[in-house]
Design a protein around this ligand. Structure first.
Ligand code: ARG
Length: 578
C-alpha cells in the first residue's frame, strides 16, 4: 500500500477509536488532524477532543485520554501524547517513514490516489470579441488552467469551454464599423482590438445615422442574414487570432476547438424559455420573461429578476448562461460545472444556479460552482493600467515578463543562448502565473515585477532554481538510487524532508478539492525550504558511507519529483538546468 494522504489515514484511525471509546460517530475530516507546527516535537496534531468536549459534556483532556487509549495506530505512529488542554500529538514511526519514502521512488504519482472520475465542464478565459483580453481574463485563464490540470491528474474527465463573448447588441455597431472600413474578406486584420472597439463606440454615440444602421445590423445578424454573418465570422476569427497569441505565450491547454461562445447557445434559447415556462418558473415583468429565484432581493427588499428574454424578444447574458447550464448537464452529461469568473459576478452565478436547480438541470449529482477571484492591482493599489491609463495589453505584458526573466537568468547561462531562451520563457511566464496562483484567489493582488522575479521567497523562480540545483546534485552524485533503495532517516533534517515529501498527496488533495492552487504553492515552497535545510546539514556526495549517500539521493530525487510535478500541475515548467 502507498502512503496516500497520511492525515486522512490518521483521521480514519481516530474516528474508529472514538467510536470504540465513546460511541461517537465522526468523519475522518472531523478528526481535525493538522500537520504540527515545526518545533512541536510531533508531525501531526489531532484537535478533535476540544471540539467534542462540549458536545459530550466532558473535559477535553478526558476525551483525549480515552481516544489515546483506544487508538489502534501502532503500525503508523509512536505512542501518542496528550498535550495542553487536550491536543493529541502524533509522531510518525521512523521505520514506517523510511519504508514508505523508499517505496515512493517507484511511483510517478508520488502516492496520489486516483479519484472516482466525474465529468467536469469548466468555463475559463472567456474573453470578448473585438476587445483586448484584460487582466481579469488573464487570471481566469491561469487559474482555470491550473484547475484543469489538477482535476485531470486526479483522474477526472475535464471538458474545457471558452465562453467567448461573441453575441449581442454591440455587434451591430462593430459590423457597421467594419463595413465603413471597407472589409469584405479575410484579407484585413485589426491591429488594435480596443482601438477598433472604441472607434465604433464613438461613432455610435456621435452619429445618429450610424447608430441607426447599427441597430438594423443587429436585427440582420439575429435574423441570420448571410453577408452579415460572414462579417461577424471575420470579426470573431480575427479576435481568436489575437487570443491564440496569448494562449500560446502562456502555454495553456486552451485550443481553438474549445470555443463555445455565447452564439453557440442561440439555437437552444427558445427551448430554455419554453421549458422554464412549462415548469411554472417564469413571470413576465415589464414585457421581459424573468425568473425570480427566491432569496435574491435588491436594497429595497424587492425580488431580483434573472432576465431570460428581454422585452424586445432578444436574449442577454443571463438567458445564455441558463442555456449553458442546461446544455452541459443535460446534453453533455457533465456532473460538475465550474465557472472561472471574477468575484463581481458572484451574484449572477448564484442566481443562475438557483434557477437551474429549480429547473432540475442541477441537483445533488449535478453541481455547479463559481470559482471567483479578486482583481490585479498596479503598484499604486489601483486596478492595473498602463502608464497612459489604458488597459494593459496581455501580449505586451507577457513579452516583458520573458525579457525581464532573461535579464534575471542571463548571467548564469551565457554559454547556452538557446537554452537560455527556453529558460527565460519558463521563468518569465512562470513568474506571472505563480504570482497569480500563490495567493488566495479571492483576494486582489499587486502586480510587481521585482517581487514576482525575486530569487528568494515564495516565487516560481526560487522553486525552479531549487529544482535545477537538486537535479545538478543528482547528476553529480550519481543515479544509483532505485525504488526500494533503503532510506535511513537519522538526522532531523532528513526526517523533516521525508515527512514533507510524503505530504504531497494531502497538499494536492486540498488544492484540488478547494480549487485552491495557492495551497499547493505553499507546500512546494515549504518543500524547497526543507531541502535547503537538509542539504546544509546532510552532505550527499561527501556522506559518511555509501548507504547514507544513496539514502540521501532518494530524498533528493523525491524532492525534485515533488517540485517538478507540483509546478507542472500549476502549468509552470521546471527546466532541468538553469
Ligand atoms: N465574457 C465575460 C466577461 O468578460 C465572461 C464570461 C464568463 N462565463 C459565463 N458563462 N458567463 O465578463
Amino acid at each position: 500500500m502507498l502512503a496516500g494522504d497520511i492525515g486522512l489515514e490518521l483521521g480514519l484511525r481516530v474516528a474508529d477509536a472514538l467510536k470504540a471509546a465513546l460511541d461517537v460517530d465522526i468523519t475522518p475530516v472531523e478528526a481535525l488532524i493538522r500537520p504540527a507546527a515545526p518545533g512541536r516535537g510531533a508531525d501531526y496534531q489531532c484537535n478533535v477532543a476540544m471540539s467534542l468536549a462540549k458536545r459530550l459534556g466532558r473535559p477535553p483532556r478526558d476525551v483525549a485520554a480515552a481516544l489515546v487509549e483506544h487508538l489502534d495506530a501502532a503500525d503508523l505512529v509512536e505512542p501518542p501524547e496528550v498535550a495542553g488542554p487536550g491536543f493529541v500529538n502524533l509522531t510518525l514511526r521512523r521505520d514506517w517513514l523510511q519504508e514508505h519514502t523508499s517505496r515512493l521512488l517507484g511511483d510517478d504519482r508520488l502516492g496520489v490516489p486516483e479519484a472516482r472520475p466525474r465529468r467536469y465542464a469548466i468555463d475559463y478565459s472567456s474573453p470578448n470579441v473585438a476587445k483586448e483580453m484584460h487582466v481579469g481574463h488573464l487570471r481566469s485563464t491561469i487559474i482555470g488552467d491550473a484547475v484543469v490540470r489538477l482535476l485531470e491528474f486526479a483522474g477526472h474527465e475535464v471538458i474545457r469551454h471558452n465562453h467567448l463573448g461573441d453575441w449581442g447588441t454591440p455587434f451591430g455597431m462593430l459590423i457597421e464599423h467594419l463595413v465603413d472600413l471597407g472589409w469584405t474578406s479575410g484579407e484585413h486584420s485589426i491591429g488594435d482590438l480596443d482601438g477598433f472597439y472604441q472607434q465604433a463606440r464613438k461613432k455610435f454615440d456621435a452619429d445618429p445615422a450610424f447608430a441607426d444602421r447599427a441597430r438594423h445590423r443587429v436585427v440582420a445578424l439575429q435574423g441570420g442574414d448571410e453577408p452579415t454573418l460572414a462579417l461577424w465570422r471575420e470579426l470573431v476569427r480575427e479576435s481568436e487570432r489575437h487570443f491564440a497569441t496569448v494562449y500560446e505565450l502562456l502555454g495553456v491547454k486552451l485550443t481553438d476547438g474549445d470555443y463555445y461562445g455565447e452564439s453557440f447557445y442561440n439555437p437552444f434559447l427558445d427551448e430554455v424559455v419554453d421549458e422554464l415556462e412549462a415548469k411554472g418558473l417564469t413571470e413576465v415583468s415589464d414585457g421581459a420573461v424573468c425568473v425570480f429565484p427566491p432569496g435574491f432581493t435588491n436594497r429595497e427588499g424587492e425580488p431580483l429578476p434573472l432576465i431570460v428574454r428581454k422585452s424586445d424578444g432578444g436574449y442577454g447574458y443571463a438567458g445564455t448562461d441558463l442555456a449553458t447550464a442546461r446544455y452541459w448537464t443535460r446534453d453533455r452529461g457533465a456532473t460538475d460545472l465550474l465557472y472561472l469568473v471574477g468575484t463581481p459576478q458572484a451574484q449572477h452565478f448564484r442566481m443562475v444556479f438557483a434557477a437551474s436547480r429549480a429547473a432540475g438541470w442541477l441537483d445533488d449529482d449535478h453541481r455547479a460552482a463559481h470559482i471567483g477571484f479578486g482583481s490585479v492591482l498596479g503598484e499604486d493599489g489601483k486596478i492595473l493600467r498602463t502608464r497612459a491609463g489604458g488597459t494593459v495589453k496581455l501580449v505586451d505584458l507577457l513579452r516583458e515578463a520573458v525579457d525581464r526573466a532573461a535579464a534575471v537568468v542571463g548571467e548564469r547561462s551565457k554559454q547556452d543562448p538557446e537554452g537560455q531562451g527556453r529558460v527565460a520563457r519558463a521563468v518569465g511566464i512562470g513568474a506571472v502565473k505563480y504570482a497569480d496562483l500563490s495567493g488566495d484567489r479571492e483576494k486582489d493582488y499587486v502586480f510587481a515585477w521585482d517581487r514576482m522575479l525575486a530569487m528568494e521567497g515564495n516565487t516560481s523562480v526560487y522553486l525552479q532554481y531549487a529544482n535545477a540545483r537538486v537535479l545538478s546534485i543528482v547528476r553529480r552524485v550519481g543515479h544509483d538510487a532505485e525504488p526500494g533503495t533503503p532510506v535511513v532517516l537519522a538526522e532531523p533534517a532528513e526526517r523533516a524532508l521525508a515527512v514533507k515529501v510524503l505530504q504531497f498527496p494531502a497538499a494536492l488533495a486540498t488544492a484540488t478539492e478547494e480549487y485552491a492552487p495557492h495551497k499547493l504553492c505553499t507546500y512546494l515552497y515549504e518543500t524547497a525550504v526543507a531541502f535547503s535545510a537538509f542539504y546544509e546539514s546532510c552532505p550527499i556526495a561527501q556522506a559518511e558511507d555509501d548507504r547514507t549517500r544513496r539514502s540521501r539521493l532518494v530524498l533528493a530525487r523525491l524532492t525534485s519529483r515533488a517540485l517538478t510535478l507540483g509546478l507542472s500541475l500549476l502549468g509552470i515548467e521546471a527546466p532541468d538546468r538553469m
